[in-house]
Design a protein around this ligand. Structure first.
Ligand code: ADP
Ligand code: MG
Length: 281
């Protein structure tokens, strides 16, 4: 803000700092000028001042929550082409994006082949939940398993688990691309602790019947699936890879050459192997 020679304004600036009202501090000179010009009542002026502070707080909170969510890419449901995934119920996805499922402590599970838009939908959905006031954190299954393992090795697992308690929605992306090794039971514990207490949004390229490949233990996997699917909205992403379709169309427009469909090794390079699952180091 520019320096002022008006003592009243300087004092107001000081009070706003002291009272931690940055939105009002920034807007006050213009609001006061406009109020004088429009011959506004004191009540109308004060209401505008408070509204400015409220708007600024909301914007800050949104920006903070977005940063805390650590989305890997800025994706929205507006930019998602639902026609490309005809089996995906758009109305249901939009309803989930209101965040009502979080208040009910329900889960969302996105299943489907690589490149079909699971991560995009998960981010778009979680973004809607942040706008509805939720605290969200996005993390890949492998990164979470590694953090859990590191916490256990440093004897701070209870503290680490506790640090997730104030997150309303945890998005666990890419469950199944890599085996979790010793992190499997810890991820189970993580999910079990959230059961009926907080929400999870999980994306996976593996059908439920193959989750045992990730966790390694049949009874553990069964127990996890039992808890997870008890209050879950399962979204199925059927169809071919959107990435592949886009590059296919680009190539057709350009050289007229047809690309080959992705091979398991090619999808592995983009994190989408369906082959044997290497454990986490
Ligand atoms: P998955 O997580 O299922 O492997 P992604 O969500 O990462 O797939 O999608 C791969 C890329 O294709 C991303 O850049 C994503 O934005 C885009 N994409 C996938 N499906 C769609 C869609 N239906 N509409 C728009 N973009 C899409
Ligand atoms: Mg993905």
């Amino acid at each position: 803000m520019s320096a002022t020679t008006d003592p009243a304004q300087a004092l107001m600036d000081l009070y706003c700092r002291e009272l931690k009202l940055p939105g009002l501090r920034k807007a006050a000179p213009a609001v006061a000028r406009e109020a004088a010009e429009a011959n506004q009542s004191y009540t109308a002026f004060l209401t505008t001042c408070l509204a400015q502070e409220l708007t600024s707080r909301r914007e800050h909170r949104l920006a903070n929550r977005l940063a805390q969510a650590r989305f890997p890419a800025p994706k929205t449901l507006e930019s998602f082409d639902f026609l490309a995934v005809p089996d995906l119920p758009k109305a249901k996805v939009l309803t989930l994006a209101t965040g009502a499922f979080i208040r009910a402590h329900e889960n969302v599970i996105c299943l489907g082949n690589p490149g079909t838009g699971k991560t995009h939908t998960a981010i778009g959905l979680a973004l809607g939940c942040i706008q509805a006031g939720a605290r969200v954190r996005f993390i890949t299954a492998v990164a979470l398993a590694q953090e859990l393992l590191a916490a256990q090795q440093d004897y701070r697992l209870p503290r680490y688990l506790k640090s997730w308690q104030n997150v309303d929605l945890v998005v666990i992306d890419e469950l199944g691309y890599l085996g979790l090794g010793p992190g499997g039971p810890l991820l189970f514990q993580f999910c079990a602790e959230r059961y009926e207490r907080g929400s999870l949004l999980i994306t996976s390229n593996l059908d439920f019947s193959r989750w045992i490949e990730v966790f390694g233990d049949p009874s553990l996997t069964a127990a996890l699936l039992d808890r997870l699917t008890h209050h879950a909205h399962v979204l199925l992403f059927r169809g071919e890879s959107y990435r592949f379709r886009e590059s296919h169309e680009r190539l057709q427009e350009g050289t007229g050459q047809l690309p080959q469909p992705p091979t398991p090794s090619a999808t592995a390079a983009e994190g989408g192997s369906d082959g044997p699952i290497p454990p986490v180091a």
